[in-house]
Ligand binder design. Structure first.
Ligand SMILES: Nc1ncnc2c1ncn2[C@@H]1O[C@H](COP(=O)(O)OP(=O)(O)OP(=O)(O)O)[C@@H](O)[C@H]1O
Ligand SMILES: O=P(O)(O)OC[C@H]1O[C@H](OP(=O)(O)OP(=O)(O)O)[C@H](O)[C@@H]1O
Ligand SMILES: [Mg+2]
Length: 280
């Protein structure tokens, strides 16, 4: 299987890290263009994230990692297989602070963007006829330099917009994150199922922790309701009579609250450990 991976930019390091955690070899030199992982029978091709949808859409490469916004912008015949949980951004309109722009009011205005496919399709759905000014990057400067009235761009923290004296307006055009893509109509390439299972394992290991605790046997139903696990918690007897040990997976983001609630209920020896890897 041939897998395309962003070679630089916002998604590159996190994509390589996720593949490493999934057990694949990754390049150590950022100038390497191709890397063969013989043990796993895959080849990694390091490409610009914007081009990855094109290669996968044309069927030259089997699967790839890119941004959802870039896939939509490209119009390539590729589809999303799995959301990868990193590289999260919103795609937004923005204009000078206080200028009072609205999306409906964009007819006849100039909109600078590096994502004309994405923005054009959105404006058409809204019935707004604006003029798109296609730029390669640094679109925040387009208004000050007089080539556009508003911009439409990727927003992560919002720092770039604030520094440029701009505010977002309208609803987000889309929510993006890094995704795994494959060609739209082709049958699943050999090995894709394994790749998806491995990447899903990384996502679970990142998003869940293992929680262990002891609790009086008569409270086990109420405690289990707080920690239902994915299917059901493991309950084992303890040497101390009348007590049981419970083990369940818990969402990492909720772990502190769940521990507080278990403690209030009467559970003790509540331990949280990381999950290094898993197949569910
Ligand atoms: N802080 C961020 N800034 C820009 N894009 C981000 C950020 N975080 C995640 N992304 C995502 O990364 C992708 C853009 O990647 P990248 O910035 O590497 O491409 P590019 O803008 O074409 O390249 P470059 O910035 O090197 O010219 C998009 O899918 C975007 O949603
Ligand atoms: O909301 P923020 O956290 O500030 O991040 C968003 C900014 O980062 C990206 O620029 P990038 O560094 O990719 O440069 P580019 O505009 O040349 O693509 C994007 O185009 C925004 O300008
Ligand atoms: Mg960029």
């Amino acid at each position: 299987m041939k897998i395309a991976v962003p070679n630089k930019g916002a998604l590159s390091e996190a994509a390589a890290q996720m593949l490493r955690e999934a057990g694949y070899r990754q390049r150590s030199d950022s100038k390497e263009l191709v890397l063969t992982d013989e043990a796993n029978h895959v080849e990694f091709y390091y490409l610009r994230p914007r081009d990855i949808a094109v290669y996968v859409g044309e069927g030259t490469l089997d699967v790839g990692i890119t941004g959802r916004d870039m896939l939509l912008d490209s119009g390539a015949r590729a589809r999303e297989v799995l959301a990868l949980g990193f590289g999260g951004t919103r795609f937004r309109f923005a204009g000078p602070t206080g200028a009072g722009h609205t999306v409906e009011g964009l007819t006849g205005q100039r909109v600078a963007t590096s994502y004309p496919g994405l923005v054009g399709a959105y404006l058409e759905r809204q019935g707004v006829k604006a003029r798109l000014i296609k730029l390669d990057g640094a679109v925040e400067s387009a208004i000050r330099l007089g080539v556009a009235d508003v911009i439409a761009d990727v927003v992560e923290t919002g720092r770039t917009l604030r520094q440029a004296g701009m505010d977002v307006f309208g609803e987000p055009i889309m929510h993006s994150e890094a995704i795994l893509i494959q060609r739209a109509e082709l049958p699943e390439p050999m090995g894709l199922e394994l790749l998806v299972r491995r990447l899903s394992g990384v996502l679970v290991a990142r998003n869940y922790v293992m929680m262990d605790y002891d609790c009086p046997a008569e409270l086990v139903d109420r405690a289990s309701a707080l920690t239902p696990g994915l299917e059901s918690p493991t309950v084992s007897p303890l040497a101390k009579s009348g007590w049981v040990a419970v083990r369940a997976m818990v969402r990492r983001a909720q772990a502190q609250q769940v521990m507080d609630d278990l403690w209030e209920l009467g559970a003790r020896a509540i331990l949280v450990t990381d999950i290094a890897a898993c197949r569910l």
